[in-house]
Design a protein. Structure first.
Length: 300
C-alpha cells in the first residue's frame, strides 16, 4: 500500500490557484490543458486544487501553453520547487490531520493571526504543562501518553513561529472564563501559564485581550468548526440544519469586523495586562496587573 500523501503546503495551495487563474485567463478549459499535457483532466484539477505535488515538467508545459512570460515562468517554477519541500510539521503526520496540517502551513506564512478563544489559552501561548493538562483532559481513555506527548511537542514546535526575527502579529481575545477555569489540580500549572501570558502580552507583535464578564456588549463568534476542510464545514452545516438553526459560515471580512471594531466593545474587552477579577475574587492587596489566576496567586 502506498503511503498517504501529506497535506499540501500553503505554497502549493497558492500556486495551484494561480495555475487555475492563468488557465482561465488564457481561455482554456481543463480538458484542453489536459490535452496539452497528454493526461486526463482530473490531473489538471488535482494540481490546481493542491491535491498532488506540483510536477515541475508539467508546470513548465502549462505555463508555456498559457502564454506566461519567461520571467514570470522562472519565478513561478522557483516558487513551485520551494513549495514542494516538506514542511517541518510533516514529521508529526502521525498526529496531525490533513486539515490542521494545512492550517499550520498557513500559520507559518501569515503576517497577522487573529484568534478568539472561549475555552482555553490558545495553543501558540500555552506552556508545556498547560498544553499537556488540556490534552489529557480532552482525551481521557482514548489517547495514550506517547500520543499526547507527540501533540505537546507539535504545539511547542508551532510556538517557534513567535520567536522568529520577524514574527507575525498574534492578536488573541479570550473569554474571562479561560482565566478562571483551572485545567489542572496543580496550582503551578495555571500560575506559570499566567506568567507566560503576561510576558508575551508585553511584546510588540502580540496582543492579548480578555472579554470580561461585565455588563454590555460581548464578543460572540457562533457556528465555529475546528475542521476547516470542505467535509468538516459540510458536517457542521448539516448539524445546524438538523437543529433548525441557519448556518452562515463566517467570511474573512465578517471575522475581521469582530477585531477591527473592538473599540465598540470597551470596556468589555480589555488588555490582559489591565484585566482584574471582581473585587470579591481578588487576593488581598492585589492591585493593577492581575494577581489572581484561576484562584492561584502569581509568583512574586
Amino acid at each position: 500500500m502506498s503511503e498517504r500523501r501529506a497535506a499540501p503546503t500553503v505554497g502549493q495551495v497558492v500556486l495551484g490557484r494561480r495555475l487555475q487563474e492563468l488557465r482561465e485567463a488564457a481561455g482554456l478549459k481543463r480538458e484542453e490543458a489536459a490535452r496539452v499535457l497528454r493526461v486526463v483532466p482530473a490531473t489538471v484539477r488535482r494540481m490546481e486544487m493542491a491535491e498532488v505535488t506540483l510536477k515541475i515538467p508539467y508546470v513548465q508545459v502549462l505555463l508555456t501553453a498559457y502564454g506566461v512570460s519567461d520571467e514570470e515562468a522562472d519565478a513561478f517554477l522557483a516558487l513551485a520547487e520551494e513549495a514542494n519541500q516538506p514542511g517541518w510539521w510533516q514529521r508529526f503526520h502521525d498526529v496531525l490531520p490533513d486539515w490542521f496540517s494545512l492550517y499550520v502551513s498557513l500559520e507559518g506564512a501569515a503576517r497577522l493571526i487573529r484568534s478568539y478563544e472561549p475555552h482555553f489559552v490558545p495553543g501558540l501561548l500555552q506552556t508545556e504543562e498547560y498544553a499537556r493538562a488540556v490534552l489529557e483532559a480532552g482525551t481521557v481513555g482514548q489517547t495514550g501518553p506517547k500520543t499526547i506527548e507527540r501533540h505537546v511537542s507539535l504545539r511547542m514546535a508551532r510556538q517557534r513561529l513567535l520567536e522568529q526575527e520577524d514574527p507575525p502579529h498574534l492578536w488573541v481575545i479570550m473569554d474571562e472564563t479561560v482565566l478562571r477555569r483551572p485545567v489542572s489540580i496543580h496550582g503551578e500549572v495555571m500560575r506559570d501559564q499566567l506568567d507566560k501570558l503576561l510576558e508575551y502580552a508585553e511584546r510588540n507583535r502580540v496582543t492579548v485581550q480578555v472579554a470580561a464578564l461585565a455588563p454590555g456588549s460581548h464578543l460572540i463568534l457562533s457556528q465555529v468548526t475546528q475542521d476547516i476542510s470542505p467535509d468538516g464545514v459540510a458536517k457542521a452545516a448539516e448539524l445546524f440544519r438538523q437543529s433548525g438553526t441557519p448556518f452562515h459560515p463566517r467570511t474573512h471580512a465578517g471575522f475581521s469586523r469582530f477585531f477591527d471594531g473592538l473599540e465598540l466593545l470597551e470596556p468589555g474587552v480589555v488588555p490582559v495586562l489591565q484585566w482584574r477579577p471582581e473585587p470579591e475574587d481578588t487576593a488581598a492587596g492585589a492591585q493593577g496587573v492581575v494577581q489572581v489566576y484561576a484562584g492561584v496567586a502569581r509568583k512574586p
